[in-house]
Design a protein around this ligand. Structure first.
Ligand code: BGP
Length: 475
C-alpha cells in the first residue's frame, strides 16, 4: 500500500476575504470585493463571511483536533495598509500577529499568501495589475509583512492564481471590473503579476529570513475531446494561455519562444499585443532559480473542441448543473466529456488531470524544487441535519485526488503537502455561501461550527498517512 511521506503536510486552506469578515473594523480599508458585493443587486457579501476574525481560535482548535497540521491563510493587504500604499495599520499587524501565534501554539505550520484576489480598492481603481505602479505598492506591502511576520512565518506565497484573477476580471467578467472577453488585458495583467512575483522573490531572498517563498498557480490539464486536429489545437491553445505561460515564467525563467509565439497568435486574433518592459525578463529569469516551491491548485480539468466563433461564456454561479458555457475566440470551447462526472457547478472531476500535471512539471520544468498541492476540494451543497453532515461525495473526491498524488510521488514527483480547500466553509467569490468546501460546517447565521464526516476521515488519513476507506470511520 502506498503511504504519504513522514513529514507530509495535511493542510487546510483559507483566504482573508473569504473567511475573516469584520471588513469595517480596526482600521481595515476596503478591497475591491467590498464595494462590488455591497451593491444592491448582489446576492451576498463578505461582511461577516466565516467570522474568522473572531473565531480563529475555535477553527484552529478544530484543525488541530482533526489532524490538520498546516494552514494556508492570506494577509489582507487593506487590513495592513488600508489604502494599499500609505500608512501601516497597527491593528492589522496586531491581528495577524495573534493569528500567527495561535497557529504556532497549536503546532500548525503556516503558509501565508500575500495576494489572494483582494487588491485594495484605491489601487484597484488605478488599474490593479494593469497599472505598473501596483508592482511597487505590492513590494512595499510584502516588505511590511516580511518585516513583521517573517520571524515566525517560514513559507510565503506571493500571489494566488494569476490566471484565475485575470480570467475573472477580464474574460469571464465575474470579478470586478467585470470586463468580458478582453484577452489582451488578461495576458498583460498576468505578465505584470509575474514581474511582481519575481520581485517579491528577490526581495525575500535579500532579507535573509531563513524561510521559503513561492507562487501558487491554478493548473488544470487541457485535453482535446477527440483526435481531430482542431480539437488538439484548442487544447494546446488553452493550455498555453492558462498554464504554460505562467509555468514558463516562474519555473522556466522566461517564456519559451513557442509559448510567446502562441500567445501573440491568440492576441492577434483578439486585436491586441503584450507589452514587456525593459528589465522584465531579467528579473523573471533571475527569480525563477530562487523560487523555493510551486503551489498547485487543482479542482478540475477541461476537454476542448475547436471553435471559430466569438467569445461566449456563461458562468454557473448557483450550482444549476449543466448551464456552463465557455468558448473563447482564437482559443477553443470547453465541452462535456460524457465519461467524466461533474460537480453541480459543472467542474469535471478528473484526478488523472492532476497526476498528468504533476508529471509534466517534473518533466518539463525539472528545477521546480518541490510542490505543494495548495488547493483541492469539492464544492457541494451539504445536507445539514441535526448538527451532522454526511459528505461522502466530498470524501470520495478527496480520496481520488490523494490517490493521484501518491501515484505521482511514487513516480518521482517531490510533493510535500496537500491543503484541502477549505478548512471550514467560507465565502465562494462568485457563488456565495451555498457552495461549501470545508471540513467544518459553518452555520453562517450563528457562526457555529459543526464537524463533517469528512473531518473524521481526514483525521484518520493524516494520522495513518494512508488513504482510508469511508467505511473505516465511525460517524
Ligand atoms: C480557487 C481560489 C479559492 C477558492 C476556490 C474555489 O480558485 O483560490 O479562493 O474560492 O478556487 O472556488 P469557488 O469558490 O469559485 O468554487
Amino acid at each position: 500500500m502506498m503511504r504519504f511521506p513522514e513529514n507530509f503536510i495535511f493542510g487546510g486552506a483559507t483566504a482573508a476575504y473569504q473567511a475573516e469578515g469584520s471588513t469595517n473594523v480596526d482600521g481595515r480599508g476596503p478591497c475591491y470585493w467590498d464595494e462590488y458585493l455591497n451593491r444592491e443587486e448582489s446576492r451576498f457579501n463578505g461582511d461577516t463571511a466565516s467570522d474568522f476574525y473572531n473565531k480563529y481560535p475555535k477553527d484552529l482548535e478544530l484543525a488541530q483536533k482533526y489532524g490538520v497540521n498546516g494552514i494556508r491563510i492570506s494577509i489582507a493587504w487593506s487590513r495592513v495598509i488600508p489604502d494599499g500604499s500609505g500608512e501601516v495599520n497597527p491593528k492589522g499587524i496586531e491581528f495577524y500577529n495573534n493569528l500567527i501565534d495561535e497557529c504556532l501554539k497549536r503546532g500548525i505550520e503556516l503558509y501565508v499568501t500575500l495576494h489572494h484576489f483582494d487588491t485594495p480598492l484605491s489601487l484597484f481603481k488605478n488599474g490593479d495589475w494593469l497599472d505598473r505602479d501596483n508592482i511597487d505598492h505590492f513590494l512595499n506591502f510584502a516588505k511590511v509583512c516580511f518585516e513583521n511576520f517573517g520571524d515566525r512565518v517560514k513559507k510565503w506565497v506571493s500571489i494566488n492564481e494569476p490566471w484565475s484573477v485575470v480570467a475573472g476580471q477580464y474574460i469571464i467578467g465575474h470579478f470586478p471590473p467585470n470586463i468580458h472577453y478582453d484577452i489582451t488585458k488578461a495576458v498583460q495583467a498576468m505578465h505584470n503579476m509575474m514581474v511582481a512575483h519575481s520581485k517579491v522573490v528577490e526581495l525575500y531572498k535579500s532579507m535573509n529570513l531563513d524561510g521559503e517563498v513561492g507562487i501558487i498557480h491554478i493548473l488544470e490539464s487541457k485535453y482535446p475531446i477527440s483526435d481531430k486536429k482542431e480539437d488538439e489545437k484548442a487544447a494546446y491553445l488553452e493550455d498555453t494561455i492558462a498554464n504554460r505561460f505562467m509555468l514558463d515564467a516562474c519555473l522556466g525563467g522566461g517564456y519559451e519562444e513557442e509559448t510567446l509565439e502562441t500567445i501573440k497568435g491568440i492576441l492577434s486574433k483578439n486585436d491586441g499585443k503584450l507589452v514587456i518592459e525593459d528589465g522584465d525578463m531579467e528579473v523573471i529569469k533571475s527569480a525563477a532559480i530562487k523560487n523555493d516551491f510551486l503551489g498547485i491548485n487543482y479542482y478540475a480539468s477541461h476537454f476542448l473542441k475547436g471553435y471559430e466563433g466569438e467569445s461566449n461564456i456563461y458562468h454557473n454561479g448557483t450550482g444549476e448543473k449543466g448551464t456552463s458555457i465557455f468558448a473563447l475566440k482564437g482559443i477553443g470551447e470547453r465541452v462535456d466529456n460524457p465519461d467524466v462526472p461533474t460537480t453541480d457547478w459543472d467542474w469535471p472531476i478528473y484526478p488523472k488531470g492532476l497526476y498528468d500535471m504533476l508529471i509534466r512539471i517534473k518533466e518539463d520544468y525539472p528545477n521546480y524544487n518541490k510542490i505543494y498541492v495548495t488547493e483541492n476540494g469539492m464544492g457541494y451543497k451539504d445536507d445539514f441535519e441535526d448538527g451532522r453532515v454526511e459528505d461522502d461525495p466530498r470524501i470520495d473526491y478527496i480520496k481520488q485526488h490523494f490517490q493521484a498524488i501518491l501515484e505521482a510521488i511514487e513516480d518521482g514527483v517531490d510533493i510535500r503537502g496537500y491543503f484541502l480547500w477549505s478548512l471550514m466553509d467560507v465565502l465562494s467569490w462568485t457563488n456565495g455561501y451555498n457552495k461549501r468546501y470545508g471540513l467544518f460546517y459553518v452555520d453562517f447565521d450563528s457562526q457555529e461550527r459543526y464537524v463533517k464526516k469528512s473531518a473524521h476521515w481526514f483525521k484518520k488519513v493524516s494520522e495513518e498517512k494512508r488513504i482510508v476507506e469511508i467505511d473505516e470511520i465511525d460517524y
